[in-house]
Design a protein around this ligand. Structure first.
Ligand code: SF4
Length: 108
């Protein structure tokens, strides 16, 4: 199942507070082509992701999208202006920070 905001139904967008998502009009721009249908050269993917990131930068639901992306743990696509790898790194940093905060509270 593909959970990218550009592929969600209207009720699901509403449930995730993603009404107004700017990526709805061209899902492939953010989510990429189906790898079973078409190979995407890495240079083409990088160029597509740059354009997608520009769209995310002006999207009115970018903050909600980032929280949704961190929860969803995507493996591909551009979400809230970040690639799936960048979202995974952000998630790891958050976990690390939370563990630090817990350890700090224990010694404070
Ligand atoms: S921030 Fe980007 S991926 Fe998220 S809903 Fe907006 S346009 Fe789509």
């Amino acid at each position: 199942m593909n959970d990218h905001p550009s592929r969600l139904s209207t009720p699901d967008l509403r449930d995730e507070c993603l009404d107004g998502a700017e990526c709805l009009f061209d899902a492939e721009l953010h989510d990429g082509p189906d790898p079973e249908d078409r190979f995407e050269h890495p240079d083409a993917r990088a160029a597509r992701e740059d354009v997608a990131k520009d769209i995310c930068a002006t999207c009115p639901v970018q903050v909600a999208c980032l929280e949704y992306a961190i929860r969803t743990k995507p493996t591909s696509g551009v979400w809230a202006g970040l690639t799936a790898d960048e979202i995974a790194q952000l998630h790891a940093l958050r976990v690390e920070r939370k563990q630090f905060d817990i350890a700090f509270e224990e010694v404070a």
